[in-house]
Ligand binder design. Sequence first.
Ligand SMILES: *[C@@H]1O[C@H](CO)[C@@H](O)[C@H](O)[C@H]1NC(C)=O
Ligand SMILES: *[C@@H]1O[C@H](CO)[C@@H](O)[C@H](O)[C@H]1NC(C)=O
Ligand SMILES: *[C@@H]1O[C@H](CO)[C@@H](O)[C@H](O)[C@H]1NC(C)=O
Length: 946
Amino acid sequence: MGNMGHSMLDLVRCALGLWRKMGLWFCTCLLTVLFQFPLTLAITNDGDAAALRALSSNWEKKPFNWDGSDPCGSPWVGIGCTNSRVTSITLSSMGLKGTLPGDIQSLTELQTLDLSYNVGLGGNLPPSIGTLSNLTTLILVGCSFSGQIPDLGSLQQLVFLSLNSNQFTGVIPPSIGKLSKLYWLDLADNKLRGTIPVSSENSPGLDMLIHTKHFHFGKNQLSDSIPEQLFSSEMQLIHLLFDNNALSGSIPSTLGLVKTLEVIRLDRNSLIGHVPTNINNLTAVGELHLSDNKLTGPLPNLSGMNALSYVVVEYARIGNSLPQSLFTLPQLQTVRLRNNFLNGTLDLGTNYTSSLQLIDLQSNKIEGFLERKVFKNQLMLMGNPFCDQRGSNYNHCTTQPQSAASYSTPTPNCQQTDCSSDQNLSPNCKCAYPYVGTLYFRAPSFSDLGNSSRYQALEKQLLTTFQSHNADVDSVALHDSLINSDNYLQIDLQVFPAVKARFNQSDISVIGFILSNQTFKPPKYFGPFYFLGRVYNAAQDTSGSKFKNLPVIIGAFVGGLILVLIVIGLIAYAIGQKRKAERVVEQSQPFASWDGSKGSGGVPQLKGPRWFSFDEMKKSTNNFSEANDIGSGGYGKVYRGMLVTGQLVAIKRAQQGSVQGGLEFKTEIELLSRVHHKNLVALVGFCFDQGEQMLVYEYVPNGSLRESLSGKSGIHLDWRRRLQIALGTARGLAYLHELADPPIIHRDIKSNNILLDERLNAKVADFGLCKPMTDGQKDHITTQVKGTMGYLDPEYYMTQQLTDKSDVYGFGVLLLELITARRPIEKGRYIVREVRNLIDRKKDCYNLHGVLDPSMGLPSSLTGFEKFVDLAMQCVEESGAERPAMSQAVKEIEGIMLLAGMNPNAESAHTSASYEGTSKDHPMHPYGGDSFDYSAGVPSSKIEPK
Ligand SMILES: *[C@@H]1O[C@H](CO)[C@@H](O)[C@H](O)[C@H]1NC(C)=O
Ligand SMILES: *[C@@H]1O[C@H](CO)[C@@H](O)[C@H](O)[C@H]1NC(C)=O
Ligand SMILES: *[C@@H]1O[C@H](CO)[C@@H](O)[C@H](O)[C@H]1NC(C)=O
């Protein structure tokens, strides 16, 4: 008997051992089943499902997969669940249209509701939203909700409340004062009226919000005076934004008690009286905006405000002369005091701070300027009596053109710049559909508005935040920064997708939430911000299959009952089978009775892969629907599926009637379950149930290398990416040959079997022809020749002796394919022979210009090209002994990458991902490779005759 026979006996022995330890095994099995139970029956709570359907039916436009009955099970876009309960709804920028119905009150476990940037969503907020007592985050920014803000006082867990940029009317509900955990309160940009509520004997008020850090009430119609009672020394406010309202009365002196304050905006109101002197105690305030009020009196002593960098009190009635001490503040950059009644002589002193960029004192009553030390930066004194005397030729009296400094991310220097009309060019030279919106900075602390290093820091911060939250983002671009009429710095933002040309809805939900709930923190000098995103026309084909009208399955009670019955049955079955099993083993047909449908009882050797029932497979592929069919081959079909956990998988289903024997199937699974490497496609599980055989693999989204080389997938492979793919493939193979135990020969290396994940990492797939090399087969196995023409090792073909060097040959062919993009045999010409004939090492590019794939880039730009060709040619040497081992090939490629300035140990460079187009249809999926051939009558693991 051959060595395969030995390994089969090993298997048998192991299995027998386990049968003997039946007791222990059953405990394990029971635990496994119990653990899987909540997963396999994770069906959305009825009330929650009904509420979501009610939401959905109120929406004229809704997320694409919002149908079916199980929003948690086969997750709907933007729905997050814990067990069977819906805990989050995040649907930023989805283009939702309609109203929010009261049914939302059924979602009693809801913690996060983010419907931001859906301008089509409006009407009154249902009062019942105030009963969602688990809500921590409520974000409705940038919708069109109107009417009164309902009583939210019962939302005791609420931390984040963003109702800004809607059409809310009426007053600020005093009950908000009861939200003791509130951290963020944004009511800005609505039509709110009336007084800012403070507490009284029988009513709560905002003065109770002593843990809240943000009061953002700007752009409303709030009136009356700011209550003295609102502020206290217990408060922890950092941003106080009351700008653009109709507030009157004087600034309460209690403001000086809130020592944590960093930004104060009271501008654009009707405030009167003096600026309270105790704001000098506010040592953390960086930006102070008091413009466009009717404030009178002198500017108080501010020299205690050590953090102050931006002071704006324009168009007020501030008088007297400016205290010299103001200009010694260490952080001060900008002082804008135009159109006031400042008089006397301006004296900057000699100790003014070097960071001081701009002093605008136009249109005041300043009579003199004592310039003790030449002030080199911008000082504007036009419209003062001083300039009337000096004349407009004097340095600080010339009307300087207001620099309309604006920033846009520079246009990249790309070889190809013409995108189709509706696409945009990313900073990484990629044509794509960016997610677009506008960032509004409510109180930036700098005045050098054209200083690009600040915006570059912003770009970097945005990108890092998106990427650290696994958003599929390639790059960001900023456009047309300007100070708008509200005195906010506004900048258009474009966020580009990394691997695809278009984000899908789930991506948008993540990106929108990062911006709407302030996960993104800009560099500090940009100050508080909000973002308004535009509706995004998302791709629908990649965020999961459409699961339509899945039947609601059994309730937990019935499920539990069945489980108990199954367990009892299993135990009885196992006891009954024990003797029989031993007998069967003696007959060398150990698994004759193995049948997954009677429990996973016959699967003793597996660690990783899961057993799936036929029903689970059916459910995950929507009953093996056409839409999920992603390829086929001689053995049957490949389906895309989504497990209840949300994981996407590729399911290979053997054709009815062509299934191989249970033992072969099992040996194959066991082989696959032993190999774990990031450059090998992972086996998730298998199904051996109701006469079906299926292998469940991880889903690799970007298809095969062949599709990319042929231009079908739209992925552009430049030289660096090709090196990365060569390296990944080589590492995967080196693992199989040198680290797997026993070593494994793949036998079918070809571009169809190299898959590319979302970061274009190479993953070797299709182990259907794999051969393990057990002891005693150290150098070769004699076996019937199998493989794919063009990649086949000639030595193996002649001698039928398979060695790991046969894979090396196939790999060499793959390297040639990488540089030429040609199939190994095309129009009767064999690539290996052709390159061998052409090659002339004395000539430029080894004389291979004629066969190179032009889309790699100019031949002169391909660093390490010659070394790459040398390696490929060594790999396709006639004699296996002269070919390098895979680990040597890995080292060679790493060396080439270092030459090309790449880090061989970095993840594939997702920041340079580019797609030139989108393919509408599913290309033939590589799992459908034709060599995984059950029907050929020679199952892959069949013992070959000598
Ligand atoms: C201004 O305030 C600072 C710091 O609070 C203080 O040291 C200084 O004496 C004050 N100046 C005047 C003129 O009151
Ligand atoms: C400056 O203005 C204040 C009031 O606004 C006034 O009391 C003071 O006399 C003026 N000083 C000079 C030098 O005109
Ligand atoms: C631009 O901003 C950076 C801070 O990002 C600052 O360090 C630098 O001095 C500024 N440059 C100019 C010319 O103002």
